[in-house]
Write a protein that binds this ligand. Sequence first.
Ligand SMILES: [Zn+2]
Length: 284
Amino acid sequence: MSFESVLGRSEVSRQLVSLSESRRLPHAAAFESEDTALAQAAAKELAAAHLCTNDGERPCGVCRNCRKIYDNIHPDVTVLRAVGKQSIGVGEIREMIADCYIMPNEAAGKVYMIFDKMTPEAQNALLKILEEPPGSVSFIITAEQSSQLLKTVISRTTVFKLSPSAAQADSGEALEAAIEIARAIPQNIELPLIGAASSLTKSREFARQVLEYLAEFFTLALEQKYLGESGYEDYITGMARVLRRDSIVKLYDVANTALDMLSHNCNMAVLSTWLCANIRESKH
Ligand SMILES: [Zn+2]
């Protein structure tokens, strides 16, 4: 995983990579985005960068800390949410602050990710710890709008504004990638498929678009097989001609399962490998 895989080749991604390389990651950061899932994925990436033990690029995605963070099981990473109410209250923030002073379990530091709105009182309580944070503790806030945060909190926080286009790969490029995969599927040799599927690791948004196109292609291929009509694109007829009906149905399920894995923040390299293996499997 990397900042680029979540945020694409955006300005924010470049900034974060540079801060991480120089080991100057902010101890209080906020990701502002209408896309809550994107902001949370970016927060997780930053948490991994904080606790990663790799000597080189951080997050490396493979060290013990990175893996546990991606699996949501790291004992030193806490997610704060407003459970059963609108906003996180002052009580939860006070609890978090008390917890900050307890030594980390296994990493060199601790990270607190605040994923829901906070009441003004909660933010005031947070402000105190942002002013004098314990050395190895980091805070990552996500917000749909930075206006949800008090100015005093913002002044103590490095705010990364994720523009919707930050992660949005060019949709034309995603279509091209999906067509390449669709053309590779009926072939007997595996290499073209592996090559085409490797483009999925580019970014989450890009992978999502490619998989949505693929699901659509499989529906069209099935339709073509049933109706036998002409006028479909060559990559649709290519699949319809070579694959059995039940194979195409399986492929459609594979694309949707992959989309589901994506929405659960799976590792992108794993997703690409999984997709190839399951496409191969569906053909038999
Ligand atoms: Zn790591």
